[in-house]
Design a binder for this molecule. Structure first.
Ligand SMILES: Cc1ncc(COP(=O)(O)O)c(C=O)c1O
Length: 344
């Protein structure tokens, strides 16, 4: 990706000093320019409905996930509310739902085997971290359930955009669009004002809002992404998709040349954003081994570090490999993987 000055942000020492951004907004610490940039980007990509939604900005979507758990469970008549996600799930949900030992909610593990009575919140990550599949809720009950849709990876460089997602509570993050994880900017699109208010209440107690410098930088970058997204030579999403596609092709070639590893196969689909049928090229590879072995430990011996499948509620014969590392690191990873012909 070409480095240009268009993404440069200058902030004067005396700017952005207040806690407040817009006291008329439910999310009073959200910079109005960031709200506009978020709406414009979703509009241009076509991946989520922003009309009639409250935008809540957070210090990453990690903070918003905890704000959402607080909001939904404190509005529930019965507590603690059970928190579930279908295996394999994003491992951090376990920590987010457990580490405060809250009386409001309780981690209950796999949504597919969840059979407890009482209210629940299902975390639905789509495309999923770790294995990149598009997901729907799996708990099939007519009452007592809320869903938090985590769309961190629902962008066209990872997966075909097949519809504008339209749910009660949707989470997005700057981290996974461009890789600006260090800015710590995420946002929630929330339908119900009471839920939005409770989330803002949580964020107020937790951090009295979100860094204005980060919001300003995110605004500039998101606006530039929107402005260039239809220009093939300048579009970040064109660049990102080609990069991911080539990485996945190289990884598949190595996996298919041996008889040791497995990778999921993904269907191709028509992407409304690109206007053509494209492949699914997830941010992580869910690498498995054909034998019943602890793949994470075996790879570690070969100097390949990956998070073991057990961390995602799944099996140790799988690991999650990041497809988003720097070019050099990814190249070294492929070289090392190619030398592993058997796991003995
Ligand atoms: C599914 C999912 N949700 C949320 C996050 C956290 O994102 P943030 O950096 O915005 O806190 C991650 C980060 O890996 C993720 O994979």
């Amino acid at each position: 990706m070409k480095k240009t000055d268009k993404y440069t942000v200058v902030i004067q020492g005396w700017d952005l000093m207040s806690y407040f951004s817009d006291t008329r907004d439910v999310c009073w610490f959200l910079e109005p320019e960031l709200a506009n940039a978020i709406k414009a980007l979703h509009g241009a990509i076509g991946n989520a409905v922003t009309e009639e939604r409250y935008i809540v900005v957070g210090t990453g979507s990690s903070q918003l996930c905890q704000a959402a758990l607080f909001a939904l469970s404190s509005l529930s008549e019965v507590q603690p509310v059970n928190i579930v996600a279908a295996v394999p799930f994003y491992s951090t949900y376990v920590e987010e739902a457990s580490y405060l030992q809250s009386n409001l909610y309780k981690w209950e593990g796999d949504a597919r085997t969840f059979d407890k009575k009482g209210p629940y919140i299902e975390m639905v990550t789509s495309p999923n971290n770790p294995e990149g599949t598009m997901r729907e809720p799996v708990v099939n009950r007519t009452e007592g359930g809320k869903v938090i849709h985590d769309f961190a990876y629902y962008w066209p460089h990872y997966t075909p955009i097949t519809r504008r997602e339209d749910h009660d509570l949707m989470l997005f993050t700057f981290s996974k669009i461009t890789g600006h994880a260090g800015s710590r900017i995420g946002w929630a699109l929330v339908k119900d004002i009471e839920v939005a208010k409770k989330m803002v209440h949580y964020l107020t107690i937790n951090s009295i809002g979100v860094s204005k410098e980060s919001q300003t930088r995110a605004t500039t970058i998101l606006n530039e992404l929107t402005k260039t997204c239809r220009n093939k030579s300048e579009s970040f999403f064109e660049y990102g998709y080609e990069k991911m596609k080539s990485r996945w092709e190289r990884l598949r070639e190595i996996v298919e040349s041996g008889d040791t590893f497995t990778l999921p196969n993904y269907p191709q689909a028509f992407c409304n954003f690109f206007g053509k049928t494209i492949s699914t090229t997830p941010a992580f590879a869910w690498l498995g081994c054909k034998e019943e072995r602890d793949l994470g430990s075996l790879l570690k011996e070969k100097n390949v570090l990956a998070r073991g499948g057990d961390r995602f509620g799944s099996d140790k014969k799988y690991v999650r490999i990041s497809m988003l590392s720097r070019d050099h690191d990814f190249h070294v990873f492929l070289q090392r993987l190619a030398t592993i012909k058997d796991l003995k």
